[in-house]
Design a protein around this ligand. Structure first.
Ligand code: IVH
Length: 668
């Protein structure tokens, strides 16, 4: 075939194949037999084999899975990918509805959707072409899994319009594919996946895209990253737009005009759930109007304009053989049920929290009882109730100790708390738990230092505080049970490597009250060094988006404490890094630019820079660029067709610059 003719034929075939693929995988309405699709695909493949420059990124030949990757690169989500707060019952939902009404008034509507049990993904299209797909990761930084997502048939490689858009949604494995995959795994003597969600996640984490390609993954898109300039005012408009563009959007969505209708929707889908071809674990309820969403805003973790109703968890029966009490990192004493091992929601459960004494008494749970177990939020095992009918009279009532089981000090119940606490700051259990927390994955992430090794090191008095970890020698490690030459060296390497961790890991590891992993990251990005953070005033802390009063107080109190100060000094002397070295470094201190230390929001289309370039420049000048306008925003830069963010900025009286003055200041 002549080149000219090949160009046209390839284009025609691509369009046709993409059309057939759309009909088959998105609409579920194939218009041609599979054999016809395969024939055309072969024809296209032949042309591309002859003229390799005719291979385009949206060619259906690009789906089969190309090169094996050596690892995944990181992707920064310009607008964080938040997760959702949960509701477990009607009361939680009514509470959510009340709060929504308090902020937006009575004139509002919800969109209810199925909560698909898969993995959150983000799909970037530039001028209609699929250019990048990523995982949610920690919400701010995910992994580039474009090669794997390309193999997912319901993800169009080209949209129906040449639009630039980020679509967000869920990638999942249909029940049938999951069962088939596990059958094969079992036949091959491999460990089956616990549930379709793990199977989907495992498939997308493969470095060889051919594996993902063989896994029959599917998608539903449920959100748009940045709506600026797209001409949509509501979430339901947004979903309709995604659908129009050729993306797969779940049909079960419905507008509800009050909480009663929401409850009705939940009741209907609770009933229909077993007949769905994919797993859902709840219902998502979202405020429809984008402006109202902006008004409600977000907390650190989740939007206030949406909530996930979680279906009640699977329940099983087992015997409770004992109740042990455990002293936590903060001194809280929790009773733990020891159970005859039982499988619930994919894993074997041997222990379950009983929360506190009041709860045990309320539920009248006794040692020896048969009990109902479930996993709260499908993760943490919990005792639901005792089955009193099955009692034999041998069961024993449980009462909490009045003294700390580890250090013997008198336990106290602080005002307003149900929990008993050991308030001895030198309680060995608290210190040990603090050490375990310090090395855990989200903290310093020291591999090979699990609960057992830490307990041994601690019991042998080789470590008293976290700084001692950095003084351990090989000879000391070799004294521990089941510790060989090789694991000791590996462990020392892991401890040494942890010295280079970015500041947020250390901050989280220190276990400052109320400072979770997410807040630690925000603080590290903002202050960049431990030194600066330790000198921050309560007001400075409060000025940071997402840091509230309780956290600010706790941070300030921590750094005023002399022991904390001494510990940090020791860690520093031992060579532990005290600076932020993660992505997006910002350095407000070293510049006198008008952007230094400011929280800036970009909205609308910029003509001279891309959104990313603008963001990078701003950050290089010391600004922190965030996705949504709030009281803590200092400056909004509004390009063409700026929408709701601009309106909100004006409403809140926040300074707004157009592109011209932005460019002027960038160059100044
Ligand atoms: S909306 C800011 N809608 O549930 C709101 N999430 O914790 C972002 N999910 O990470 C989520 N189905 O992976 C939304 N129809 C749906 C969903 C959904 C499943 C997942 C998503 C998210 C998690 C919530």
């Amino acid at each position: 075939m002549e080149y000219e003719a090949a160009v046209n034929k390839a284009k025609e075939l691509r369009q046709l194949l993409n059309q057939y693929s759309y009909e088959y995988y998105v609409l579920d309405q194939p218009s041609v037999p599979d054999s016809e699709y395969d024939r055309l695909l072969r024809e296209l493949q032949e042309i591309e084999n002859t003229y390799s420059d005719l291979v385009t990124p949206d060619s259906p030949t690009q789906r089969v899975g190309g090169q094996v990757l050596s690892g995944f690169t990181k992707v920064v989500h310009d607008i964080p990918m938040l997760s959702l707060a949960n509701a477990f019952n009607e009361a939680d939902l009514r509470d959510f509805d009340r709060k929504v009404r308090e902020t937006v008034g009575e004139n509002y509507e919800y969109v209810c959707e199925l909560k698909i049990d898969g993995l959150a993904i983000s799909l970037h299209y530039e001028e209609g072409v699929f250019v990048q797909g990523s995982t949610r990761g920690d919400g701010t930084i995910g992994e580039d899994i474009t090669a794997n997502l390309r193999t997912v048939r319901s993800i169009p490689l080209r949209l129906h319009e040449p639009i630039t858009i980020e679509a967000r949604g869920e990638c999942y494995m249909p029940k049938k594919s999951f069962e088939a995959l596990n059958r094969i795994k079992e036949e091959n003597g491999e460990v089956p996946f616990a549930n379709p969600r793990n199977a989907a996640a495992g498939s997308l984490r493969q470095l060889d895209p051919k594996i993902a390609a063989s896994r029959n993954l599917d998608t539903f898109l449920y959100a748009i990253g940045d709506i600026t300039g797209l001409g949509v005012e509501t979430h339901s408009d947004g979903l309709d737009l995604l659908e129009r563009l050729g993306l797969k959007v779940n049909k079960a969505r419905r507008k509800c005009y009050n909480i009663e209708e929401v409850l009705q929707y939940i009741a209907e889908w609770t009933e229909k759930r077993p007949s769905l071809p994919y797993e859902i674990d709840g219902i998502v309820i979202k405020v429809n109007n984008y402006q109202q969403q902006a008004l409600l805003g977000n907390t650190v973790k989740s939007p206030r304009w949406a909530i996930a109703y979680k279906f009640p968890a699977e329940e099983v029966i087992t015997r409770l053989t004992n109740i042990e009490v455990k002293v936590g990192r903060t001194g809280v004493i929790t009773p733990t049920a020891i159970l005859e091992p039982v499988r619930v929601a994919g894993t074997t459960v041997k222990r379950a929290t009983l929360h506190n004494e009041d709860l045990i008494r309320e539920k009248d749970i006794r040692i020896g009882d048969y009990v109902v177990i479930k996993k709260a939020g499908d993760i943490i095992p919990e005792v639901v109730r005792a089955i009193t009918d099955r009692r034999t009279g041998e069961e024993r009532k449980f009462s909490m100790p009045s003294q700390c089981p580890e250090c013997g000090s008198e336990l106290v119940r602080l005002e307003g708390e149900v929990a008993l606490r050991c308030i001895n700051p030198n309680c060995p259990a608290q210190i040990r738990e603090g050490l375990i927390h310090f090395v855990s994955r989200n903290a310093m992430n020291i591999e090979g230092l699990g609960e057992k090794v830490i307990s041994q090191l601690f019991n042998h008095e080789l470590i008293h505080d976290v700084a001692d970890l950095y003084r351990l020698t090989k000879a000391q490690l070799l004294e521990m049970e089941r510790m060989g030459e090789k694991s000791a060296s590996k462990l020392l390497d892991a401890i040494e490597a942890s010295k280079n961790n970015s500041l947020e890991k250390l901050l989280f590891g220190l276990g400052i009250r109320h400072v979770g992993a997410k807040a630690a990251k925000i603080l590290a990005r903002q202050f960049l060094t431990m030194d600066r953070l330790s000198k921050a005033t309560r007001e400075e802390l409060m000025a940071i988006p997402d840091i509230g009063g309780k956290m600010a107080d706790s941070i300030a109190a921590y750094f005023e404490n002399e022991e904390a100060e001494a510990l940090i000094r020791k860690l520093r002397d031992l060579g532990v890094n005290m600076a932020y070295n993660g992505p997006m470094p910002q350095d407000p201190g070293e510049t006198d630019s008008p952007f230094a230390g400011k929280t800036v929001v970009l909205t609308g289309k910029l003509t001279q820079l891309t959104r990313n370039e603008a963001k990078e420049k701003l950050e290089a000048l010391g600004a922190s660029v965030t996705g949504s306008v709030s009281k803590k925003t200092d400056l909004v830069i509004a390009g063409e067709d700026a929408g709701s963010k601009l309106e909100k900025a004006e409403k809140l009286g926040i300074e707004v610059w157009d592109e011209a003055s932005f460019m002027h200041h960038l160059q100044a």
